[in-house]
Ligand binder design. Structure first.
Ligand SMILES: Nc1nc2c(ncn2[C@@H]2O[C@H](COP(=O)(O)OP(=O)(O)OP(=O)(O)O)[C@@H](O)[C@H]2O)c(=O)[nH]1
Length: 338
């Protein structure tokens, strides 16, 4: 019997550091044929471009397939299964498959897809790797503010108090075989210990955790976990499974802003900071043109952190904005089109 191809599912909330981790993994591929399946929330891919274009011919993945028809967890049967079947039909087959889920995806439905007969005998889930943004956790961005919640409940007991961000965080964490704590370089030891305690509390007993770095992790840590997660796929439950509800993404919204050339990278950074401050905005990313510069500027904004830097690439001039439903789009557009 031919050995099954290992697959790694990389999950984690918006901007946690999934693409960063995978980019560095590809750079260490050493001739190994790694096929990437990248899923984005919203219909514009950006991570796929970043991954396909390392700026170095030695670190190209074997294949990059972008799934942009919706969040992978809701399009498993229509989108993911045909994609992986087509990938398995290729000659030569990949040595390893890496799947980057959208930051708003639940990993559980994807794990279950690997029990599908056409996939199960060909592929095994080597591990679900959940990237946890330690800086965001330490700032309480995934936790409901219990005091504020109690006050809201007292004011209006009929309000729906489920916090979609907190639930997603918990579902991504509880499905993990390996947890990578990213952005610990931004925290002191006490803050890291606090995050580690939260992560321990929310993860399965069998899960291991490691600290990431801005330069990724050695492939020996990320690959070869050997979890065979499909074997207990149905025991890995999400909030929606437990509550008997359908999962949808109505709680979140995304759109693309087309931007003209910016006069300077500083002006761009200031505008993105203002846009991130608009109500409901969680993530802005993309590439834009800066007048007089040969390379486009990459924009990476997650919560309060905004990075802008020049890097090779094309398709510049668009920024993807993701946030909570009802986010203040008008304010975002005012700043990003100014
Ligand atoms: N300081 C620091 N920054 C990091 C680390 N990991 C990632 N980042 C930064 O965080 C930002 C988001 O990283 P990405 O890798 O794009 O995150 P992602 O999870 O792929 O984002 P989405 O696909 O949009 O959900 C980038 O600016 C990265 O450089 C880390 O360990 N330390």
């Amino acid at each position: 019997m031919t050995p099954r191809i290992p697959a790694t599912i990389v999950t984690g909330f918006l901007g946690a550091g999934k693409t960063t981790l995978i980019r560095n993994l590809i750079a260490q591929a050493n001739g190994k044929r790694i096929a990437l399946i990248v899923n984005e929330f919203g219909d514009m891919g950006f991570d796929g471009e970043l991954l396909a274009d390392c700026g170095d011919d030695d670190c190209k993945p074997d294949t990059v397939i972008e799934l942009t028809n919706g969040c992978i967890c809701c399009t498993v049967a229509d989108d993911f299964l045909p994609t992986i079947e087509a990938l398995l039909a290729r000659e030569p087959a990949p040595d390893h498959i890496v799947i980057e889920t959208s930051g708003l995806a639940l990993p559980q439905p994807l794990v279950r897809a690997f029990t599908w007969p056409s996939v199960r005998h060909r592929v095994t889930i080597d591990g679900v790797v959940t990237v946890v943004d330690a800086a965001a956790v330490s700032e309480g961005r995934f936790a409901v503010d219990e005091v504020a919640l109690a006050a809201q409940r007292a004011a209006d007991p009929s309000l729906d108090h489920d916090d979609p961000i907190e639930e997603l965080f918990e579902d991504q964490l509880s499905c993990a075989d390996l947890i990578v704590l990213s952005k610990t370089d931004l925290l002191d030891a006490a803050a890291i210990a606090g995050v580690e305690a939260i992560v321990r509390e929310g993860s399965r007993g069998a899960a291991r955790s490691v600290h990431g770095t801005p330069n990724g992790l050695p492939s020996e840590i990320l690959l070869g976990v050997g979890a065979a997660a499909e074997d207990d796929a149905f025991e890995r439950k999400s909030h929606h499974d437990l509550e008997g509800e359908e999962h949808d993404h109505d709680d979140f919204d995304s759109f693309v802003v087309e931007t003209k050339a910016w006069p300077s990278i500083d002006a761009l950074g200031d505008a993105v900071r203002l846009a991130m401050g608009a109500a409901g905005v969680l993530r802005i990313k993309g590439r834009v043109v800066v007048t007089g510069k040969a390379a486009p500027a990459v924009v990476q904004a997650v919560g309060p952190r905004v990075e802008t830097y020049f890097a090779p690439g094309d398709k510049a001039g668009r920024l993807v904005v993701i946030g909570a439903r009802g986010l203040d789009r008008a304010t975002v557009e005012t700043h990003l089109k100014a």
